[in-house]
Design a protein around this ligand. Structure first.
Ligand code: FMN
Length: 183
């Protein structure tokens, strides 16, 4: 699968098979995060791979995060605010997308989760003060079942057109694509 195919295939998965993610695949996903670019190459990130059921339950307290307790692997992406105050968030975001696309290419499903109480997550996972928990990534083999939030979100799973989100030469000079994509 090439990168663009992974981009096209990826969608948020919120229901997983009761099957662990192989250690090899987990390490490959984390490696994809490690290799991401970062401003001044400061690598202001730390990724916590959580498989322990009790810990995953502790991470699933958010309204839109209940499925984390059933996700075989949760990767908690943290950014070092002190090491790179201006860029830590974008650096971590780049690492997260590297991990998500690598997971897709390995036949896994993912869902980014921002519905959590940061203080609680930091305490549960002993995250140092200078790190911010930015997002969690659920990872696992898709069950094929659609939970209620996915059903609702899939109904409205649209994307703006390319000419709405991209300009040529200056902001507002709409880019008119030769090829129109469906979604
Ligand atoms: C930063 C971020 C936070 C998100 N937080 C949640 C969340 O807390 N719970 C959830 O079910 N989905 C969450 N999502 C998934 C989005 O709802 C999803 O990406 C969006 O609806 C588009 O659907 P798609 O990913 O299938 O293309 C989050 C996505 C991102 C990028």
């Amino acid at each position: 699968m090439d990168v663009f195919e992974a981009v096209q295939e990826r969608r948020s998965i919120r229901s997983y098979q009761d099957k662990p993610v192989e250690r090899e695949k987990m390490e490959k996903i984390l490696e994809a995060g490690r290799l991401a670019p970062s401003a001044k190459n400061l690598e202001p990130w730390h990724f916590i791979a959580v498989t322990d059921a009790e810990k995953r339950k502790a991470l699933s307290g958010g309204t839109w995060a209940k499925f984390l307790s059933q996700s075989p692997l949760v990767i908690v992406a943290c950014g070092d605010k002190k090491a790179s105050p201006d860029w830590y968030a974008i650096d971590v975001a780049l690492a997260v997308e590297n991990m998500v696309l690598t997971a897709v290419s390995e036949g896994l499903g993912t869902c980014c989760v921002g519905s959590f109480n940061e203080k609680g997550v930091k305490a549960a996972l002993k995250v140092p003060e200078n790190f911010e928990v930015l997002v969690m990534i659920a990872v696992g083999y898709p069950s094929g079942k659609l939970d209620l939030s996915s059903k609702l979100l899939n109904i409205v799973r649209t994307r703006k057109s390319l000419s709405e989100v991209a300009s040529e030469e200056e902001f507002g000079k709409r880019l008119v694509p030769k090829k129109i994509t469906e979604l």
